[in-house]
Design a protein around this ligand. Structure first.
Ligand code: HSE
Length: 434
């Protein structure tokens, strides 16, 4: 163990991740100090509910509800901001940077919304912001893109970036579990956001995609402009139909460079072929596949949510900050500079598509649906029709197309939905086979 002067850190936010970070810093102190070259001690912590017993080895007089106990303490050089949401997190980050602290954070919503402003402030103050834990939990994807793959022009990113929705989809498929029950379990396990609708409506994955794309392509795209569909409308029947075609359903985030040098981006559920890495990503695991022009395709896999995987990334960032690596990376990662928001290409993707419509059980209906697809230039690869859904008189009709334009199939689906043969909304998803 090193005998050098300890580095004192302040932890702001003692929720699931904040408590995990304190636990790791205390329980693995020797190991961490060997990597940092000096001991790292939690000098102060800030939380809303000061009196609550979290089972942490923190003296009561070290915990307060006032961020100034961290920001105005000259002995603290590194602040760990683990408060979620936009406010007061944004004001807290500004207070910490203004007062000369290097900041480590896991707050992706904050960076996706206010990243350019906060990065700019940190640069002006000569400070760093490290944010490995903001994307894909324990997977070191920020370091991989920002440092290890720096020689590459990144062509595309494809990933499962939300642990909660992946946990829900795999539990529904594997155990036939009910959506609401699995979501409640994901909350209990500490995977979900404070507002879990951000997990299931694709917001969380979209914010992470915006951050990764900023790093990978040097283009800052306001996350709300990225087309986004969540998993709330999926049901067990869809998961088992996908399986019949040899696929699973995953919430997949995609960003790729177009021939014109713009970015095509989206977050949406997609069918992924069983046996491919994305399809084998289960539970709260995340996965990211990146194609670089020199390195080719790389695949990263690991726990993307949960207390200790996220704490692992936060503590690695604290160590990087202490030894000075974070400052170098932050200063040299020029792609985080922003001239203005980048523009994304109209997200048209040429891919096979999966379509489920519930149709009236009468003659001529199948030819009507396939006829509309034909009118829009969409060629069908296979069709499965199941027995009528009990009591509804409607029959699920499931169609797999050959590769077609996502814009064309959207138009065709609107046309089919407006016809008199379908019952309720159709569900249409891309199919990713590689
Ligand atoms: N709620 C997030 C998830 C936590 O489920 O992936 C990690 O960002």
């Amino acid at each position: 163990m090193s005998t050098s002067e300890p580095v004192r850190v302040g932890v702001v936010g003692l929720g699931t991740v904040g408590s995990g970070v304190v636990r790791l810093l205390v329980e693995s102190a020797d190991h961490i100090s060997r990597h940092a070259g000096r001991p790292i001690v939690v000098e102060r912590a800030v939380c809303r509910d000061v009196g609550r017993d979290r089972g942490l080895k923190l003296a009561a007089d070290r915990v307060s509800s006032d961020i100034r106990t961290v920001s105005r303490d000259p002995s603290i050089s590194v602040a760990v901001l683990l408060v979620g949401g936009l406010e007061p997190a944004r004001s807290m980050m500004i207070e910490l940077l203004e007062n000369g602290k290097d900041v480590v954070t896991a707050n992706k919503a904050l960076l996706a919304e206010h990243g350019p402003e906060l990065f700019d402030l940190a640069r002006r103050k000569g400070r760093s912001i490290a944010f490995e834990a903001a994307v894909a939990g324990g997977i070191p994807i920020v370091a991989a893109i920002g440092e290890c793959l720096a020689a590459n022009r990144i062509e595309s990113i494809r990933g499962i970036l939300n642990g909660t929705s992946n946990f829900i989809l795999s539990k529904m498929e594997e155990d036939g579990a009910d959506y609401a029950e699995v979501l409640a379990l994901a909350q209990q396990m500490g995977y979900a956001e404070a507002d879990p609708s951000m997990d299931v409506d694709g917001t969380d994955a979209t914010q992470k995609l915006a951050i990764l794309s900023h790093l990978a392509f040097g283009t800052w795209v306001p996350w709300a402009e990225i087309p986004r569909t969540g998993i709330e409308h999926l049901d067990i029947e869809l998961l088992s139909c996908a399986r019949e075609f040899g696929h699973r359903i995953r919430l997949v985030a995609v960003a790729s460079r177009t021939a014109e040098g713009r970015l095509a981006m989206r977050v949406a559920p997609a069918l992924v072929r069983i046996g491919t890495p994305l399809a084998e990503t289960r539970g709260a695991y995340n996965a990211v596949s990146i194609v670089g022009d020199a390195v080719g395709r790389m695949f990263f896999h690991g726990l993307g949510a949960g207390q200790m995987p996220t704490a692992s990334a936060v503590v690695a960032d604290i160590i990087d900050t202490v030894v000075g690596r974070a400052a170098i990376t932050f200063r040299t990662t020029g792609v985080l500079d922003v001239d203005g928001p980048g523009r994304i290409a109209g997200a048209d993707f040429q891919e096979p598509h999966f379509l489920r419509v519930r149709v009236a059980d009468r003659p001529g209906v199948l030819s009507r649906v396939t006829g509309i697809l034909g009118e829009h230039g969409i060629s069908i690869a296979s069709v499965i029709q199941h027995a009528p859904t009990a009591g509804s008189g409607a029959v699920p009709l499931v169609i797999m197309t050959h590769a077609c334009s996502s814009t064309a199939i959207r138009r065709a689906v609107a046309h089919i939905e407006a016809s008199d043969v379908v019952v309720g909304p159709a569900v249409c998803m891309s199919v990713l086979d590689d």
